[in-house]
Design a binder for this molecule. Structure first.
Ligand code: ZN
Length: 195
């Protein structure tokens, strides 16, 4: 795709929480099969974003088991713990990001987040502004939790966003569909449909 086709809007692909704990069969807080089913679409999107010269952000939960005051502590089992294998990117995405990071270290950002939103407590907004990026594509899990909170924060900061329904997933099908509707009808983002 040529730059001109993209109306010269600088774009970032943002992958949220696509880690072993959230996706693998034996992950600590897994989305399960729907999460595993989006791996191919995510890989294709990362490759396309890289070809187009877009920035790629990989933003994953980072938790400390001893942090008993964390708001997620009573809601969810421990997951994405510091230094654990559960924090690794799932499946082929792990190697793909490693390869791309070697090739284009200036265009791949791997950030840690401590809350649902990829904007909360991270330099994401600062980097996007610095690079003049206005258009985001959001992918990953869960559609109705971390992707939704990231989308809402993007909306409040004046970013535009695209979400492809083939590249987001949740353990809760109804909540997944509600979040997709929210992206489109409340945030005014573009939702790419697979049908
Ligand atoms: Zn978490």
């Amino acid at each position: 795709m040529k730059k001109n086709d993209r109306k010269d809007l600088r774009k970032a692909f943002i992958l949220v929480d696509y880690t072993y704990d959230f996706v693998a069969e034996d992950g600590k807080l897994t989305v399960g099969e729907p999460g595993q089913a989006i791996e191919k679409a995510i890989a294709e999107k990362i490759q396309l974003a890289s070809k187009c010269g877009d920035f790629i952000f990989v933003i994953n939960d980072l938790h400390d088991e001893k942090d008993l005051h964390h708001p997620e502590h009573k809601l969810f089992p421990p997951h994405n713990l510091e230094g654990s294998e559960g924090r690794k990117l799932y499946g082929s995405i792990h190697e793909l990001i490693n390869e791309l990071e070697k090739k284009h270290p200036d265009r791949i950002y791997q950030l840690d987040k401590r809350r649902y939103s990829a904007f909360c407590g991270t330099p994401l907004e600062l980097i996007l502004r610095q690079e003049g990026i206005e258009m985001l594509e959001l992918a990953g899990v869960c559609t109705d939790i971390c992707v939704l909170h990231t989308a809402v924060d993007a909306y409040h900061r004046g970013f535009k966003a695209i979400i492809d329904e083939r590249a987001v997933a949740s353990f809760n099908g109804d909540a997944h569909r509600m979040a997709l509707e929210h992206f489109e009808n409340v945030l005014g983002f573009e939702v790419l449909k697979s049908y």
